[in-house]
Ligand binder design. Structure first.
Ligand SMILES: [Zn+2]
Length: 233
């Protein structure tokens, strides 16, 4: 049985020259050390002590390395899990993005349709405004005509008033003339009555004259003449 003085691993093979664990030369100690001088032994012991320290440091570093590797593995696992999660989220976001893109496309289509409708409405509005201004013009013309007609009506009314006045004046004149006529007729009747009286007087005078002539025995015949009252009838 051989035990390595550096790493303390044991082997059943007595002929082994180097340690299978740390690679230390196993032949140096057993055979040659017995006959070697004092400084050489010290030198060998120093080497061995250094090798032990180196082995211990190596062991410690290996442990640290194992720990670090374990940590790295755990971190890697965590990162992979996060990556998977991120991939899932990415796929979800891609789906959402596609949905939003589809909706956006739909909205844009609606927007284009609305714009087209808006243009149509604007065109109709312009047409209506044109019609409105035309109607306003016609209305103004009608109002002008109305004003003219009103002015004519006023003129006609004034004419009618003037005519009425003339008619009234004429009626007044007629009344006056009738009054005058009445008065004339009265005068005529009066004169006729006077005339009759005068004729009666004349007739009585003539009769008196005839009687006087008959009494005075005058032979000459009286002139034949007609009476005035007979003429007037
Ligand atoms: Zn060893």
């Amino acid at each position: 049985m051989v035990e390595c003085p550096v790493c303390q691993s044991k082997s059943l093979d007595n002929q082994l020259k180097f340690c299978t664990t740390c690679g230390w030369n196993l032949t140096a100690n057993s055979d040659t050390l017995g006959q070697a001088p004092e400084p050489s032994i010290q030198k060998e012991n120093l080497k061995l002590s250094w090798a032990k320290q180196m082995w211990q440091r190596f062991q410690f570093q290996q442990k640290e390395f194992q720990q670090l590797r374990q940590q790295a593995k755990s971190s890697l696992n965590q990162l992979q899990s996060q990556l998977e999660q991120a991939n899932l989220e990415k796929k979800l976001l891609e789906t959402q993005l596609s949905t939003i893109g589809f909706k956006l496309e739909k909205k844009e289509q609606q927007n284009r349709q609305l714009q087209s409708e808006l243009q149509e409405i604007n065109r109709e509005r312009q047409e209506l405004q044109l019609q409105l201004s035309f109607t306003q013009l016609q209305l103004q013309k009608e109002e002008q005509k109305n004003l003219q007609l009103q002015s004519q009506l006023q003129q006609t009314n004034e004419d009618k008033n003037t005519q009425n006045k003339s008619i009234l004046e004429l009626q007044s004149q007629i009344t006056q003339m009738q009054l005058q006529l009445d008065s004339s007729v009265n005068n005529y009747h009066k004169l006729q009555s006077e005339l009759q009286k005068n004729q009666e007087q004349i007739a009585s005078y003539e009769q008196a004259i005839t009687e006087l002539q008959a009494h005075s025995q005058i032979s000459e015949s009286p002139p034949k003449r007609k009476n005035y009252w007979q003429l007037s009838e």
